[in-house]
Design a protein around this ligand. Structure first.
Ligand SMILES: Nc1nc2c(c(=O)[nH]1)N[C@H]1C(S)=C(S)[C@@H](COP(=O)(O)OP(=O)(O)OC[C@H]3O[C@@H](n4cnc5c(=O)[nH]c(N)nc54)[C@H](O)[C@@H]3O)O[C@H]1N2
Ligand SMILES: Nc1nc2c(c(=O)[nH]1)N[C@H]1C(S)=C(S)[C@@H](COP(=O)(O)OP(=O)(O)OC[C@H]3O[C@@H](n4cnc5c(=O)[nH]c(N)nc54)[C@H](O)[C@@H]3O)O[C@H]1N2
Ligand SMILES: [Mo]
Length: 789
């Protein structure tokens, strides 16, 4: 299909998680133009411009030498790799997969493979790896929930029934700009975050919607340690309460509503269950502590009078409570999610246009939008017959404690005994907490396989590293259920080195394992695209919409998809008739008290929202609260070597923001290289001083590639600025076991030592080339492969 490159002077339409665009490649330089219809394109697009042939790209299959030689040596980030021809690498991997499967079963293979990979619907690495493991071995140990919403994905179904209805099919940006008087944005709604939507986003509407609302008179409150968590256009009032004290503020607001009789008793009686039990807690009838504004003030640092005034303001007009993902990516993260819903229920506006509760509005570009009226292309993953799973952020626990019990959502489960870890499309040494612990955990399995586009820390730590094409090097279809465009993602450039599509890699492995037909269903990539497109086309045709044949769609480059009406979804229907449209909770109502959760008897997640202070609090040794949030200049760790991400660094190092007072008391000035540390680890970063960070808060976003000093012992210094060397690897609670990476406590000092170079983007150089004798389990795979090459 690459012949289409020649149309439009070589410009090809394409798409990414951070926007639709066109690109043109002349063999050396890549030009990128955002989609003409996008009102606020993301500058992250610029990261593509120098990515294709960057030295960090992986060009050929590589195998860890100590693994090949079976020396039993510990894995390191600096270990030697042997470059192998594709056929040998695939023979070796097929044999290893067969060995592990035959010896230990599918439940010894961890294929959770969490991660964002790239936007196309067919070359979606997670779908491909899951499908492959299902077809080849009948399944694999999977992971459930996400790093994004680990706690809320479990608590919200208990409380409101549907995560989707609360987050993605709820209040729209249009409603906010037309109806909302007050927005209480817990964790803010930063534009840097809504730039991103998995699958793609062709229209960035958030900035203009907030501006329109503010111009009409909507009052935005940015309840967050960072002032820029709401855009200038929202003209917000910044309330930098102490980090992690949101539940106390919400309780103080709730108490103030009751004290002034401003809560909506009718709503609570008709639509909710358990308010009376919660009110006993609010009034302190059992613990002797009323959760009044004065109490909340002592915890949050916000004046009691301001809390009372904010409660009155919230009760006055149309009020929307939003709680960002970040609040629940912390110990006891279930509580702010639940309490935000209870606060909104007390205000009585759930289900009204522009009012009530929208979990995670603005955390991603999926929220606040109308959902498409037709299905988008989706790669079928097959059936996973393995029962064992982990909540996604329990990966280190699983590897370090095989066979041990753990609790999750009312059940006691056991960690499986994993022999082989297979990852495609994610970067655990970016995304997981306490990297020094993760390194120990990743030394447990016998074999680690990674498909990657670039030499990430996860690739460096693997045994078998297979070079994957990046999105610009293949044809695909871009689409998200909340975006009104289907995008023809045309191949822009040939693959780097010998990189192959994940699909091609798995097809070649499937051939060796005798399941090629089941995996490919006899289709090549082009035929799969046509096949997946057909579902959408047929649905468009059935609705009487423009439904061109695939070739015509491909020629045009994009296709409009109709949206469902902005009808308020499940919550509006529930409000209109709670008997006909029960919520999918045990009571059919909003559960302010959950007898299900209460029956689990978890002290870390009781039967109603409760103020539970995090167990790691600032101390004289570690007196700063670290915010390790999403980066503004890239998606997670992706293309950290790209131009835009690099342009934000200081002398190549990630930037950490400190409040002027905290910088001054430590003798730190702008541009200084600082060491940030706690008992788990340490990293370097370059200091920026800004009063947009609250006092006592230190802000180091995620995504700088992990760059440990070689021979740095158990807890090597990361010289580049990856905050996950500092974060805690504990679950949110026994209920959800979600990720708690957003906050922890650290100390920071000016770095005195000689400043080490950044090596994160240097490729792993091969040590030598040599022949590997395939084992008998390989069949004639190698021969087939060689004939094709
Ligand atoms: N401390 C802390 N940690 C966090 C968070 C936090 O707030 N604080 N946030 C968490 C959250 S919400 C998330 S979602 C995670 C994100 O964690 P990840 O999703 O793991 O992060 P990415 O950097 O997006 O990793 C995707 C990887 O896929 C690779 N890739 C891209 N395209 C392809 C492809 O076609 N094939 C293959 N094989 N690979 C490809 C990219 O090169 C990249 O390395 O991080 C989590 N970690
Ligand atoms: N540019 C860009 N956008 C992204 C991503 C990215 O990597 N880059 N990742 C995407 C993904 S996968 C996800 S899941 C979403 C994540 O969405 P979020 O988790 O909501 O995003 P974060 O930026 O991690 O956090 C938002 C803000 O919450 C504030 N915050 C932290 N702790 C607290 C607290 O205890 N109380 C209060 N009130 N505020 C707090 C921080 O100041 C932080 O800036 O972002 C998405 N958007
Ligand atoms: Mo996420």
């Amino acid at each position: 299909m690459t012949e289409t490159n020649d149309m439009n002077d070589g410009w090809s339409t394409h798409s990414s998680h951070w926007g639709a665009f066109s690109a043109r490649w002349d063999g050396r330089a890549l030009e990128v133009e955002p989609d003409a219809g996008d009102p606020a394109p993301s500058p992250i697009l610029e990261n593509f411009t120098d990515a294709l042939r960057h030295k960090a790209r992986i060009e050929r299959p590589m195998v860890r030498q100590s693994w090949l030689d079976k020396t039993g040596a510990e894995r390191t980030f600096d270990g030697a790799f042997v470059e192998l021809p594709w056929d040998e690498a695939l023979d070796l991997l097929a044999a290893e997969l067969s060995r592990v499967h035959a010896g230990y079963g599918a439940a010894a293979i961890f294929g959770g493979s969490y991660g964002w990979a790239s936007a196309g619907r067919f070359h979606h690495a997670q779908s491909q790896i899951h499908r492959f493991l299902n077809v080849a071995f009948g399944g694999y140990v999977r992971s459930v929930n996400s790093y994004s919403a680990g706690a809320s994905a479990v608590i919200l179904p208990h409380v409101l029934g549907s995560f989707e209805a609360l987050s993605r099919r709820n209040v729209t940006w249009e409603q906010v700009s037309e109806h909302t008087d007050t927005v209480l944005a817990f964790g803010g709604m930063a534009l840097k975050n809504s730039m991103v939507a998995s699958g793609g986003i062709s229209r960035h509407v958030e900035r203009d919607a907030m501006q329109k609302a503010a111009q009409r008179g909507t009052r935005f409150y940015c309840i967050s340690p960072l002032r820029d968590d709401l855009p200038e256009q929202a003209s917000a009032t910044w309330l930098p309460i102490r980090v992690g004290t949101d539940v106390a503020l919400m309780l103080g607001l709730a108490h103030s509503l009751v004290a002034e009789n401003l809560h909506d008793r009718d709503f609570l009686a008709r639509y909710c269950t358990g308010y009376e039990i919660f009110e006993r807690y609010l009034q302190g009838l059992d613990d002797g502590q009323p959760k009044h504004a004065g109490w909340a003030s002592g915890i949050t640092g916000m004046a009691a009078a301001e809390i009372v005034a904010l409660a009155r303001q919230a009760a006055r007009g149309r009020t929307l409570v939003t709680v960002s993902h970040s609040l629940q990516r912390a110990q006891y993260g279930e509580q702010p999610v639940w309490m935000g819903a209870v606060l909104a229920a007390m205000l009585g506006q759930i289900g009204l246009p522009g009012g009530g509760y929208n979990y995670a509005l603005g955390a991603l570009g999926h929220t606040g939008r109308q959902v498409n009226a037709v299905p988008i292309p989706t790669m079928p993953q097959g059936r996973n017959g393995v029962e064992e799973f982990i909540p996604v952020a329990r990966i280190s626990d699983m590897l370090l404690h095989p066979g041990q019990p753990f609790e999750y959502n009312g059940r006691t489960l056991r960690y499986p005994d994993i022999k082989l870890v297979y990852w495609a499309g994610g970067n655990p040494f970016h995304h997981h907490q306490d990297i020094n612990r993760l390194r120990r955990a990743f030394n447990v399995p016998q074999t680690i396989v990674v498909h990657e586009t670039a030499w990430t820390a996860s690739a460096r730590f693997a045994d078998i590293v297979l070079p994957a094409t990046m999105t610009l090097e293949r044809d695909d279809i871009g689409a998200a259920a909340t975006d009104p465009r289907l995008i023809a993602m045309r191949k822009v450039a040939p693959p780097v080195g010998e990189a192959r599509d994940d699909f091609e890699i798995f097809a070649a492995l499937a051939r060796r394992l005798g399941v090629e037909q089941a995996y490919t269903e006899g289709r090549d990539s082009r035929q799969w695209l046509e096949h997946l497109y057909e579902t959408t086309r047929a649905a468009l045709e059935a609705k009487g919409w423009d439904a061109p044949a695939f070739d015509e769609f491909w020629r045009r480059g994009e296709l409009a998809l109709p949206s469902e009406p902005d009808d308020g979804g499940l919550l509006r229907a529930f409000r209109d008739d709670p008997d006909a449209h029960k919520l999918p909770t045990p009571s059919g109502l909003i559960e302010i008290f959950s007898s299900t959760i209460a029956s689990f008897d978890y002290a870390d997640c009781p039967g109603h929202p409760t103020w539970l202070p995090a167990t790691d609090q600032p101390t004289p040794r570690h007196s700063l609260t670290l915010i390790a949030n999403q980066p503004a200049t890239r998606l997670h760790s992706q293309l950290d070597f790209g131009r835009y991400s690099q342009s934000s660094k200081i002398a190549g190092r990630e930037v950490v923001r400190l409040n002027p007072a905290d910088a001054q008391s430590r003798g730190i000035v702008a541009g200084d290289i600082v060491r940030i540390f706690n008992d788990r680890g340490a990293c370097l970063a370059a200091a920026a001083i800004s009063d947009a960070a609250a006092a006592g808060v230190i802000h180091l976003p995620t995504g700088a590639w992990y760059d440990p000093l070689p021979d740095g012992g158990d807890r090597p210094l990361c010289v580049h600025g990856n905050p996950n060397v500092l974060t805690r690897d504990i679950g949110t609670s026994r209920l959800a076991q979600g990720c708690t990476g957003q906050v922890t406590v650290v100390e920071c000092e000016k770095y005195a030592g000689p400043i080490p170079p950044i090596r994160a983007f240097d490729p792993s150089a091969p040590v030598k080339r040599r022949r590997v004798t395939p084992s008998p389990a390989d069949g004639d795979g190698a021969a087939t492969e060689r004939r094709q090459a």
